[in-house]
Design a binder for this molecule. Sequence first.
Ligand code: FAD
Length: 363
Amino acid sequence: MSAPLDVVVIGGGQAGLAAGYYLRRLGLGFVILDAQTEAGGAWQHAWDSLHLFSPAAYSSLPGRPMPVQTGEIYPDASHVVGYLTAYEERYELPIRRPVQVQGVHRDGQLLRVETDCGTWRARAVISATGTWWRPFLPAVPGRDVFRGRQLHTVEYRSPQDFTGQRVVVVGGGNSGAQIAADLAYNTELTWATQRPARFLADDIDGRALFDAATARRRALDEGSTDTGGVASLGDIVAVPPVREARDAGLLKAHPMFSRLIPEGVEWADGTSAEADAVIWCTGFRPALSHLAPLGLRGARGHISTTGTQAVDEPRLHLLGYGDWTGPASATLIGVSRPARDAARDIAQLLGISTPVSARAAHT
Ligand code: FAD
């Protein structure tokens, strides 16, 4: 077993890279362990037509602006993968792939990180494993009796896989709206949402969402009235394909059905729709099973944090999972600030002095 490091970062998506950027600036010894074989985190697995909901200039990690994608205001997922690949090369981040972390354990003064490729020990750990790897499916009755195909957002690729089929898309968030728009032209589409679809104004995109999340966190920190953040604006960014399908009258949301039946889906009033496939665009949960040995989950299954730091294990930081680890921290632009704060807090915890240049780094 090699000498202990200052920090092990688990996950080499955008959050892990942002953490690496600041750890390097602070001069800490670290490694990033990533389960993927290639750079890019979850962006490598996005469906074919997925584009960012913000322009490149509003989708950058610290230090290196995302270049504009020729011909696109909103870059596509392959552009993000290219950007993340160049980013980790540019900063020569010490990434090991593919390494699947199986468990993080307390080991005296250290944390021990067990993986399928051996064991690392460190004085602190940053967990940045994202959510894509833990798709969420709601407990709707009849999921086991439906005879068609069921898949989650993570398995959807392209409308060509469903040409001419009767498809039910479930979910009123961005994934649901975008996949429904994708399928609107070549399938018999039913789009089911828990509550009426709420589109943001056409001129609002990810920039405004980031501003709203930041304003909310500031209000909460100052003890002011909760602004409602992103949720107060709506659920769905009207990116161009969504807008086009909606304006063509092809994107009509139906109320959520009450159960699946062998032939399709059925609403509470007894009406039904036949379906060949149901696509569950019903979200994700943080991928945190590797932290189970630390026993940090509270009564509601949640790990308590102050900022990014786990309340009951100060050597552990959680980065990028959602607003509970920093405003908009699950976005490209939003992860910088919590990554900087996590690296700085770890340096302080380990008694490593912070160079002025790092303190003044990108915010
Ligand atoms: P990931 O990209 O998931 O990276 C985590 C990495 O950790 C992965 O490489 C994974 O393999 C690895 N990992 C997981 N578990 C382990 C383990 N046990 N051991 C080792 N490695 C592990 N954000 C924006 O800013 N703009 C957008 O337009 C936007 N659109 C989105 C659209 C969709 C459909 C989704 C789902 C998200 C979108 N996001 C967007 C949010 C966010 O930017 C992405 O989800 C992003 O992938 C999150 O990055 P991450 O680094 O936190 O996680």
